[in-house]
Structure formats: structure tokens, C-alpha cells
Design a protein around this ligand. Structure first.
Ligand code: SDX
Length: 433
């Protein structure tokens, strides 16, 4: 490694007989990057990195992951400490505003979430338009954008007060929209939120209460779901968060950016994995397989062991460890014995000792056990990824705020290497084959 003219560390690149010095920057935890922002104007070359496995898109102070050591921290606080001592609402404030709220801030934050939890009454007409078979992620992404149509004043221009209202409205309403879409899919009457309930309890109330009787809240179930939300709250530049930042980089509004994040999260390789894990476990159970046939299929690459592997974690996902323990405790507390949990444990045990998975550093990720908790709480399978979206909303909002406030941010516009046809001419219709 050399140094630049101003004595900062630099990488040296030899290209076509010329030498280029590329500045090296170092993050808080010692991770280092080669800054290539001058590469093309100086050398004419670009870099290529399908899936951006080796490419940093930004500098961020929100979340830190060490994939080799299995570390995850929100604003520097380890996830296991937050899981033990905090709540989803408090962690959401921490991610968005960068510090743990004091008593007044926490009360104002909770009051703001309560104040903005109702969607505009005319949104009901949008719900009526969806077929009962509509996937809740389709409803969620469209209703987030639809919801912004009722606050035109909120969507134009940015200022701190306007952002605060947008943020609390989005975090609060994503839960209301999710519950309403579930009730619609079951032909059930809409249940409105209650001020008496806190965030996660209110979600369960809107999901499962009836006009004639309130859902019986089991504190263990409420705590377990609140933890699932918190553990999903942010995760550096994952596919959906990178999508939110890309949309935000064009100066689109927060609701449009979040709606795009929902769409990216939907994919089975990302947030859709929790639903795919349960479908995999159910298929293994229905085939009477003890998991060994499925493991072999995964090794033959005819199946994927959903809930396993991660682009960053090359060690156990710290969230999976916390969720697995929460899962055990909840099922014991609710006296539920779930055969799918037994299969999951057998699969994990087999895979973490199998050379194929060990050499590829494939461990359980956050999605491997989260579905078992959601199933125990009564969340239907098609709502699993919606739960992930509710949890991830604070992370998306925090990243939106960060890119909007960054003086260095530019519109995201990657380059490409063209591999199509060389120049050719237009062929009139009567001369085509
Ligand atoms: C989330 O980015 C984030 O932070 C995401 C997330 C978040 O909080 O936002 O953590 C949430 O999305 C977790 C991941 C949920 N997805 C799944 O559980 C789906 C199953 N996992 C995989 O499809 C895969 O592991 C990914 C998508 C998660 C990561 O894919 P990569 O990094 O592109 O790895 P790869 O596909 O290049 O695989 C490398 C090797 C390949 O084998 P070889 O070609 O080297 O022989 O590992 C194999 C893959 O075939 N492999 C798997 C596997 N995952 C990778 N083989 C079997 N089962 C798997 N699950």
C-alpha cells in the first residue's frame, strides 16, 4: 500500500503503463475500502461486481455487522443487549435518531405513533378493490404509496418536523395496513387500534380481536413478536435497504422509497425466506423425511436450504441465536410442541456438521427460526414477510434520513459493461426472416 500526495494511505493500480493512486478509507471498526470515485474519469475503466458482494455503496453510521464474528450493532449497541433490555419502538427511535431516547423523547415518540396509527378512512375503498387472494406484500407496497396521497402537504419538500411526522406515520400505519389486509383476506370486520395498547399488542389486537371480544394477549407472545420486529429492524445495505436508498437518491419521498423497499424484500432470497422456510419444513414433514433427503438435495443443488446462508454472515447469524432461544421459551410457555421446530433443529444439527455447508460457511440466518415463532403466535404463513417489513421499516427510514442529510449523496446510477450486438441497421419489415 502506498500513500497519496497528501500522505494518506492509497492503493496503487497499474493500467496500460500508467499508475493510479486510489485513496483508502477506513471505517470505525477497521474495515477498509478503496475509493474508486475517480477511477473512470482518470483511467477510463469501471469496476464490475455482480450483486455488489465486494462493493460499498455508501458510508453509514446506523448499523454495523461483522460477518466473520457474527456481530450486529444498532448505533453501536450489540443486538443481544438490545434484545434483552429494549423494545422495538425504542430501537426504532435509536436507529432513526441515532441515540436512545430520554424519558421525554420516548413518551413523545410513543404518543406520535399512537396519534398517527389510523389510516385515512377513504383508504378502505382501496382495500375493497383487492381480491381476497391478493398477497399481503402486494397490498402493503401499494397501500403505503396510496396512503401518502392523503397527505400531499407532507410529501412536498423536507424539513425535520415534516420528516418526524412522516416517520411515525409510516411506522405506525404499516402495522395498521398489514392488519387490515389480513382481516380483508379472511372476510373479517376491520378492528381499529386501541390507544391503551402499545405497538406490538395493538398489532395483535387489530389482527385477532373480534367486535364482540378482544384477543387474549399472552405477554410472552407479545414480547416474542416485539423481539422479532426488533431483530429485523436494520441490517446495513441489504437488498431492500439498498433499494430504499436508491429510490431516495432521486429525492423521491419517504413513502415511495419505503414502498420500493417492500417490493425488494418480497423475494424468496431475501425477506420472503421466512415464508419459504416454513414451506420447506412443512414439505419435509409431509414427505416423512427426517431432513436427510432434503440436505442431500441441497448439496446436489436441486433444492436450497431456506433460512441458511448469508451474503455477509460467514458465522452464525446473531439474530438466529436469539430467535432460536425465544422460540424454545415461547413454545414451552404456550405448551406447544411443533413438529416443524423439531425438524428445523434436526436440519440445523445435520447441516452445521456437514462438510458441504461448513466449507461454504452456511449457517442458520434470521429467517430459519422466526417463522416458528410467528406460527406459534398465530400469524398466517402469507403474512410472514409482512412481519419482516413492519420490523424493517425503522431501518429503511433511518437510511432514507441518512442519505437525504448527507452532503456527499448523489443519485444512484451504476455503470455497465455492454455485451450486446455491435452496431447494425434497421431492417424493413418485408425484409425480415
Ligand atoms: C435475509 O443481506 C441481508 O442482510 C439480508 C437479511 C436482512 O436482514 O436484510 O439478513 C435477511 O435476506 C437473510 C437471507 C434469507 N435468504 C435465505 O435464507 C435463502 C437461502 N439462502 C441463499 O439463497 C443464500 O445463502 C443467500 C441468498 C442468502 C446468499 O447468497 P450469496 O451470498 O449470493 O451466496 P451464493 O448464492 O453465491 O452461494 C455460495 C455457495 C453456492 O455454492 P457453490 O456455487 O459455491 O458450490 O453456497 C451455496 C450456493 O449454492 N448456498 C447454498 C445456500 N446458500 C448458498 N446451498 C444450499 N442452501 C443454501 N441456502
Amino acid at each position: 500500500m502506498s500513500t497519496t500526495h497528501d500522505n494518506n494511505p492509497a492503493a496503487k493500480l497499474e493500467l496500460d503503463g500508467k499508475t493510479y493512486e486510489l485513496p483508502i478509507i477506513e471505517g470505525t471498526e477497521g474495515e477498509r475500502a478503496i475509493d474508486i470515485s475517480r477511477l473512470r474519469p482518470d483511467s477510463g475503466y469501471i469496476t464490475l461486481d455482480e450483486g455488489y458482494g465486494n462493493t460499498g455503496s455508501c458510508k453509514s453510521s446506523i448499523t454495523f455487522i461483522d460477518g466473520e464474528k457474527g456481530i450486529l450493532r444498532y448505533r453501536g449497541i450489540p443486538i443481544d443487549e438490545l434484545a434483552e433490555k429494549s423494545t422495538f419502538v425504542e430501537a426504532a427511535f435509536l436507529l432513526i435518531y441515532g441515540h436512545l431516547p430520554n424519558r421525554t423523547e420516548l413518551r413523545n415518540w410513543s404518543d406520535s405513533l399512537a396519534e398517527h396509527q389510523m389510516v385515512h378512512e377513504n383508504m378502505r375503498f382501496h382495500f375493497e378493490g383487492f381480491p381476497v387472494t391478493a398477497h399481503p406484500m402486494a397490498i402493503l407496497s401499494s397501500m403505503i404509496n396510496a396512503s401518502s396521497c392523503y397527505y400531499p402537504g407532507l410529501m412536498t419538500g423536507q424539513n425535520p418536523t415534516r420528516f418526524d411526522v412522516q416517520a411515525s406515520r409510516l411506522i405506525s400505519q404499516v402495522r395498521t395496513i398489514a392488519a387490515f389486509s389480513y382481516r380483508k383476506s379472511r372476510g373479517l370486520p376491520t378492528i381499529y387500534p386501541k390507544k391503551a395498547y402499545k405497538y406490538t399488542a395493538n398489532f395483535l389486537h387489530m389482527m385477532f380481536s373480534m367486535p364482540y371480544e378482544d384477543y387474549e394477549m399472552d405477554p410472552a407472545a407479545v414480547r416474542a413478536l416485539d423481539l422479532v420486529f426488533m431483530l429485523h429492524a436494520d441490517h446495513e445495505q441489504n437488498c431492500s435497504t439498498a433499494t430504499v436508498r436508491t429510490v431516495a437518491s432521486s429525492k423521491a419521498n419517504l413513502f415511495a422509497s419505503a414502498a420500493a423497499g417492500v417490493c425488494a424484500l418480497w423475494g424468496p432470497l431475501h425477506g420472503g425466506a421466512n415464508q419459504a422456510v416454513l414451506e420447506m419444513l412443512q414439505a419435509i414433514h409431509d414427505e416423512g423425511d427426517d431432513g436427510s433427503k432434503f440436505i442431500q438435495a441441497a448439496k446436489n443443488k436441486t433444492r436450497r436450504l431456506m433460512g441458511f446462508g448469508h451474503r455477509v454472515y460467514k458465522n452464525y447469524d446473531p439474530r438466529a441465536k436469539i430467535i432460536k432461544k425465544t422460540c424454545d421459551d415461547l413454545l414451552e410457555k404456550l405448551s406447544i410442541s411443533d413438529p416443524l421446530l423439531d425438524i428445523a433443529k434436526r436440519l440445523e444439527e445435520a447441516a452445521i456438521h456437514d462438510e458441504y455447508f461448513v466449507e461454504r460457511k452456511l449457517y442458520p440466518n434470521v429467517d430459519f427460526y422466526s417463522g416458528i415463532i410467528m406460527r406459534a403466535v398465530g400469524i398466517p404463513l402469507e403474512m410472514f414477510t409482512v412481519i419482516f417489513a413492519i420490523g424493517r421499516m425503522p431501518g429503511w427510514i433511518a437510511n432514507y434520513k441518512e442519505i437525504m442529510e448527507s452532503p456527499d449523496s448523489r443519485i444512484c446510477r451504476p455503470r455497465q459493461i455492454y455485451t450486446g450486438k455491435e452496431i447494425n441497421s434497421y431492417i424493413p419489415l418485408d425484409q425480415r426472416a
